[in-house]
Design a protein. Structure first.
Length: 277
């Protein structure tokens, strides 16, 4: 099964389906990522704040796959806010992953009440120019945050990674990204399991002989989103990867999109201000 690639705005290619490792303890990460790689995933989404970058790098090394065949994303810790400290943090990610440039590096949260996210963005531009990251982007940025980045810097973020699932469809941010060449990545793509019991999703899944998770992930893929569901259950890791031999019709796509109720499972990016202690 071949996962389609999305070409980012600087020409770098990213597999549209990956594997997320939020809330996987460091001691469990090598096993989970190894399972994902053996199933066929070639894209891992981690972050400095997840505390498991080193173990992601270790799993890639242990797989025997050439490093360039696995796309790894990481994200800047909320605790790193000044230029020099941010550049050191990027170096830390590169070292944790084994020394090669990180494929995609993101500002994890805009933290608009705490700092000027443009300072962080300009530092990421430097890291990119210095060959530390193949592409750079942002996460949890709202339209006004993106507008400011576009107005006051030379690099258009390659991606915006945002909470996005059937209960939070994010039409405005997806449309803004589409207009400006910013790919949309959907975090919590199955809303941490919450949408899987929705009767509308269940009806479609039963009719197609698929699981609710496969239906929701297929909806994500057909919308054009980049997704990386997390699971520590080997059977689910395989299930979430099996999306390429069926398609949702326009009516099913519309039914799932109509479930939107603007409901977050995670924090509001305009007010979120948590930094690691
Ligand atoms: N940029 C950001 O701010 C954020 C980024 N992320 C990224 O997005 C990734 C995915 O988001 P996440 O919040 O983990 O949530 P997900 O929407 O991926 O849901 C994960 C949960 O769903 C369960 N699950 C997975 N597959 C199935 C399945 N097929 N059937 C039933 N249940 C299933 C998992 O359980 P189990 O593990 O027990 O199988 C886990 O409890 C993260 O790992 C991270 O990489 C996430 C949050 C914020
Ligand atoms: O998983 C991530 O990337 C996060 O930022 C999480 O911490 C998420 O925002 C959350 O659940 C915070 O309570």
């Amino acid at each position: 099964m071949t996962v389609p690639a999305i070409t980012l705005n600087n020409g770098v290619e990213i597999p549209q389906l990956g594997f997320g490792v939020f809330q996987i303890a460091p001691e469990d990460t090598v096993a989970a990522v190894s399972t994902a790689l053996s199933v066929g995933y070639r894209h891992i989404d981690t972050a400095q704040m997840y505390g498991n970058e080193r173990e992601v790098g270790e799993a890639v090394r242990q797989s025997g796959l050439p490093r360039h065949e696995v796309f790894v994303t990481s994200k800047l810790s909320n605790g790193r806010q000044e230029r020099d400290d941010i550049l050191r943090a990027v170096d830390g990610t590169v070292a944790a992953l084994g020394g090669d440039p990180v494929d995609l590096f993101l500002i994890h949260w805009p933290l608009p009440t705490l700092r000027d996210y443009l300072v962080a963005w300009h530092a990421l531009e430097e890291a990119h120019a210095g060959g530390k990251a193949r592409a750079i982007g942002v996460s949890n940025f709202q339209v006004p945050h993106l507008e400011r980045v576009l107005a006051e810097s030379r690099t258009v973020p390659a991606v915006n990674q945002i909470e996005l699932h059937p209960y939070l469809v994010q039409a405005e941010l997806r449309e803004f990204g589409h207009r400006h060449g910013i790919a949309t990545e959907a975090w919590s793509p199955i809303a941490r399991g919450k949408v899987l019991d929705d009767p509308a999703v269940g009806t479609i899944a039963d009719r197609l002989g698929r699981t609710p998770a496969q239906v929701v992930l297929r909806w994500q893929v057909q919308l054009g989103n980049i997704v990386f569901p997390k699971s520590q259950t080997p059977s689910r890791i395989a299930e979430n990867f099996s999306l390429w031999d069926f398609e949702l019709g326009a009516d099913d796509m519309a039914t799932i999109t109509a479930l939107d109720r603007g409901e977050r499972t995670g924090p509001d990016p305009d007010t979120f201000d948590r930094v690691p202690s």
